[in-house]
Design a protein around this ligand. Structure first.
Ligand code: DAH
Length: 334
């Protein structure tokens, strides 16, 4: 009876492979039925030599028990499966929810910036990314030989068209649209320059504010910048203005914000407590004149900053390029 182990396991495999209770029942009859395997084996006892009869009987019993347990086990397994299959097809069970997407961090940031400025009356507008040399450069007082026009920086198209390099290209179009001050423009758009490194991408976003009215002063500009700094970066942050030079503003400033890590005391993340945000100033008289406004009557405050830059400063990301790669592990952090 050397083969009793093999016999047992080959039938166990057959039992375990049954797909439904009908198949299992057929096998049960083959094993335990009147003419089944167990009875056939029992019939062979008489043919055994007397010395082996006892052992033969024990082996048969072992097979019988083993197969009996295997059948019971398989029976309850099939029962479980048919129960859960029943659930799968229950039409009243709600479907699985698909994973929810969300807005790209830059889209979220743009909406937030628009909300902050809309609260103080700036109206969000968007002018074409393909624009004229006049709106982008000449009209805002950028002379023909200025470095920003260099084809190392600007994507030139045909017929005097360019890919807008900054959102300042919106101001003449906005004055032409509204015609008469007061004007409170918030121009948020894509900009394009031939640059790529950790802080620059060939396509990026800027937001540009212009307030054109009578008696607009640097004090209004400073208040507006501090208001944005507090709303966007947090209550403890303030800005400072450093003299600078832009063609469309006089005076011009570079705007710094107190460092988020040391709040102005100085640390290894910042320049002596300050982080550079972007440019600002008071409208150059020529720009107002180019839009048909009298610079003796009207003045304007202006600022233009990078969306990616303020986002990077707030979140502390060192490299902005992953914002434009579709790696959800990175994007889902924000
Ligand atoms: N256009 C400038 C740039 O792209 C930013 C800028 C500076 C905009 C000063 C302004 C301003 O409105 O007043 O770097």
């Amino acid at each position: 009876m050397m083969k009793s182990g093999q016999l047992l396991s080959s039938w166990q495999i057959k039992i375990n492979n049954t797909q439904n209770r009908k198949e299992l029942e057929k096998i049960r009859i083959k094993i335990l039925g009147r003419k089944g395997l167990v009875n056939q084996l029992l019939a062979k006892i008489t043919q055994q030599p007397p010395s082996k009869k006892k052992e033969f009987g024990r082996q048969i019993n072992k097979i019988k028990k083993g197969l009996f347990t295997a059948i019971k086990k398989q029976e309850s397994k099939l029962q479980q499966e048919s129960k859960s299959q029943g659930q799968k097809f229950d039409p009243t069970i709600p479907t699985l929810k698909p994973p929810l997407g969300k807005k790209h961090p830059l889209s979220q940031t743009i909406e937030e910036i628009a909300d902050i400025f809309e609260k103080i009356g700036f109206i969000r507008v968007k002018y074409p990314e393909i624009t004229t040399d006049w709106y982008c450069f000449g009209g805002v007082n950028v002379p023909p030989d200025h470095p920003s026009r260099d084809d190392q920086e600007t994507f030139f198209l045909e017929n005097g068209l360019v890919l807008s390099t900054h959102t300042t290209s919106g101001i003449l179009q906005e004055i032409e649209r509204v015609k008469k001050p007061p004007i409170r423009m918030l121009h948020i758009a894509k900009c394009y320059r031939r640059q790529i490194d950790i802080a620059h991408t060939p396509m990026f976003h800027q937001f540009e504010g212009w307030l054109v009215d009578k008696n607009v002063s640097v004090a209004h500009l400073k208040w507006t910048l501090d208001y944005f700094a507090r709303e966007f970066f947090g209550i403890k942050r303030v800005t400072r203005l450093r003299p600078h030079h832009f063609r469309y503003t006089e005076p011009s400033f570079e705007v710094d914000i107190t460092c988020g890590a040391c709040l102005g005391n100085g640390c290894r993340f910042c320049k002596e407590g300050w982080v550079e945000l972007g440019g600002a100033g008071m409208a150059h008289p020529t720009v107002l004149k180019n839009a048909g406004l009298d610079p003796k009557i009207y003045s304007a405050l202006a600022f233009g900053w990078g969306v990616e830059r303020v986002f990077a400063i707030r979140t502390g990301i060192a490299d902005i390029r992953p914002l434009f790669k579709n790696n959800l592990d990175f994007l889902n952090q924000f």
